[in-house]
Write a protein that binds this ligand. Sequence first.
Ligand SMILES: Nc1nc2c(ncn2[C@@H]2O[C@H](COP(=O)(O)OP(=O)(O)OP(=O)(O)O)[C@@H](O)[C@H]2O)c(=O)[nH]1
Ligand SMILES: [Mg+2]
Ligand SMILES: [Zn+2]
Length: 316
Amino acid sequence: MPARRKLSEQQRRRVARRGKAVSSEARDGLVVCHFGKQLEVEDLASGEVWRCHSRASLPRLVTGDRVSWRTDARGTGIVTALERRRNEFGRGGTAGDFRPIAANIDCVLVVFATVPETDMSVIDRYLVAVDNLRLDCLLVLNKIDLLPVNAKTLARMVEIYRGLGIELFELSALTGAGVAELEARLKGNTAVVAGQSGVGKSSLLNRLGKQSLAEVGDLNASGRGGAHTTTAARLFHLPGFDLIDSPGVREFHLDHLQAVDVADGFVELRSLAGNCKFRDCSHRIEPGCAILAAAEKGEISNERLCSYGRIVDSLR
Ligand SMILES: Nc1nc2c(ncn2[C@@H]2O[C@H](COP(=O)(O)OP(=O)(O)OP(=O)(O)O)[C@@H](O)[C@H]2O)c(=O)[nH]1
Ligand SMILES: [Mg+2]
Ligand SMILES: [Zn+2]
């Protein structure tokens, strides 16, 4: 399949020497999906998507990776080089390792919903992970069409997060209410959509893309654990921005981080931590802890302090 492509000066000379353009010239590509053995690369010159395999010497590729690739004799593609990642978003593995989900992104959309109910510490885990990467985190409360279900809890969460200066969008992927504000905010960005299964990540993608791009789960299966409908992170080009839909994870582990990183990811704890009596204060029981003192005065919400404790306790 001959494709239009830009040739570098060096490639042009090489082609000129050979007399004709051969299909094995290196091309610039974007990994749009990687699942199991399946790797899909978009040719940046033509926009065509090719099924590829990767050189064994390369690290595991993730959605959003910029690569160098070429076609092989069998008409498939082979990825020969990986461009340095600007950043990688991911979660901790059970062995304390880091499992990238997507690379080269600008922000993370953390979706929660009226149904299934989301615990605040789930959202706080994402906030910590994203803060650790120095990326923007946008919270999205989806399915507001189902209010007043869980209204009281959700109103409190919205109050807390907005009070901390965290961007939060309230919308319905089903009706489209509130979606325009998020759409405007996303212009020019590459964003990854994360959150528990069943909160409506793929539905939001479809709403933003104004067409059915990704499969949406069965409403009846979207209970606590969710249906786990999306199975791989996939990048979509939408008008004005790129969106990466990702599978809902049962638990977003932070085992690749230390307790101090967790405190650092809580915006209201970050500035206080330096004032504690002990440098290695865990902010749980220590005397002279600036954070516990602030909590006592009501300057830090109990919900967030509990959430902090639960996350630290969960680190191995
Ligand atoms: N009422 C209502 N239902 C919604 C809304 N958005 C999504 N849903 C429903 O919620 C269920 C799950 O939606 P999905 O988009 O598949 O959720 P997901 O987050 O992509 O789930 P995974 O791919 O499993 O991680 C589906 O039945 C949707 O129709 C919404 O705004 N309002
Ligand atoms: Mg999905
Ligand atoms: Zn302390």
